[in-house]
Design a protein around this ligand. Structure first.
Ligand code: FMN
Length: 326
């Protein structure tokens, strides 16, 4: 079975409660070529939940990967099949989340200690879909944090047919740390991820964790195939406006902040007509003017205002005015 390939040179990380379809639309206004990821969606939510609402996306979001959370091969395969029919471009399995909720469900990062099960999940999904199946994981968990452990995990899972691994370059500590702490406290070991690329040259290795500027991106790309950016895409999204020109196409147009804002406003107006609450739309663009004149008041207006009604976007108009006077 041929699997189409999504190109992972730069991608935007799955982030729960952040990378919904509105955020991803906003990302697309900044960069056409990055691969976008959904938040983690559990197999239970896809199989038993409101599928249309959970899976819907805007056409502009391609290339778009769906991240699945689960540990039952058949349920992952069924969810992947549904996602393929919805038009997603890639199935990504979450083998890196350390939250208690996910651990109670026995998926996410704790699956690193069950490479055979992960391999079964990958092969079952591959048998049901034509899409590439990728894995997002960590460099280790708890005491299982040697390079040999990581290498053996990658060997098992790649033998099952996964050829793209996104590696958050820190281990997860499964008890005692919150998910937030697990993104900050365990030290980053980029060298481990570079070593993987050198030991598995035919695999597509994407590095993730603590990457905050495009110079760092450029540097990592000397050693690995791709870079995944998470929090910085939220904190300083405009940084991404340079990505297409620097990493994909030298003639790519760099949109201005104002142009992005205008296009997103057009999107907001349409979404509000569909009944979406304005705060669910404006929350994603709070960082757009990071470092610019007026940014503080802009940020404050967007984060603190409680709109009078679901149609009330006057606070957004005011925020636009604040940053367009400069
Ligand atoms: C708010 C938030 C939610 C996250 N949710 C997910 C998730 O659903 N699935 C996942 O694999 N990783 C999730 N992550 C982890 C990120 O994908 C990424 O691995 C991590 O933030 C490290 O990258 P960064 O330093 O560039 O942010 C989340 C991170 C944040 C900040």
């Amino acid at each position: 079975m041929t699997k189409s390939v999504t190109y992972h040179k730069i991608c935007i990380a799955p982030m729960m409660d952040h990378t919904d379809k509105h955020f991803r639309y906003f990302m697309r206004l900044l960069s056409k070529s990055t691969v976008l990821y959904t938040e983690m969606i559990t197999t239970g939510a896809i199989i038993h939940g409101n599928r249309n609402r959970i899976l819907e996306f805007n056409e502009i979001e391609h290339p778009l990967a769906i991240q699945l959370g689960g540990n039952r091969p058949e349920e992952l395969a069924e969810s992947a099949y549904i996602a393929e029919n919805e038009g997603y471009d890639e199935i990504n399995l979450n083998i890196g989340c350390p939250s208690d909720r996910v651990q109670n469900g026995q998926f996410g990062a704790c699956l690193m200690s069950k490479p055979e099960l992960v391999a079964n999940c990958v092969s079952e999904v591959l048998s049901k879909v034509h899409l590439p199946v990728t894995v997002k994981t960590r460099i280790g968990i708890d005491e299982q944090d040697s390079y040999e452990f990581l290498k053996s995990f990658i060997t098992s899972v790649s033998n099952a047919g996964c050829n793209t691994f996104i590696i958050h370059a820190r281990k997860a500590i499964l008890s005692g740390l919150s998910p937030k702490e697990n993104r900050e406290i365990p030290p980053l070991h980029y060298d481990r991820v570079y070593q993987l690329k050198s030991d598995f040259p035919s695999l597509n290795i994407v590095i993730n964790g603590g990457i905050t500027n495009l110079n760092q991106v450029k540097n990592h790309l000397q050693y690995v195939d791709g870079v995944m950016l998470g929090r910085i895409a939220y904190q300083d999204p405009y940084m991404l406006s340079l990505v297409d020109r620097l990493f994909f196409e030298s003639a790519a147009i760099i949109p201005s902040r104002q142009e992005i804002l205008e296009n997103y406003k057009y999107y907001i107006d349409k979404q509000i007509k569909n009944g979406i609450h304005p705060k669910n739309l404006t929350r994603h663009i709070i960082g757009l003017f990071q470092g610019q004149p007026g940014a503080r008041q802009y940020r404050r207006l967007l984060s603190e205002t409680k709109p009078e009604s679901v149609n009330d976007t006057s606070y957004f108009d005011e925020a636009i005015r604040l940053v367009s006077n400069h």
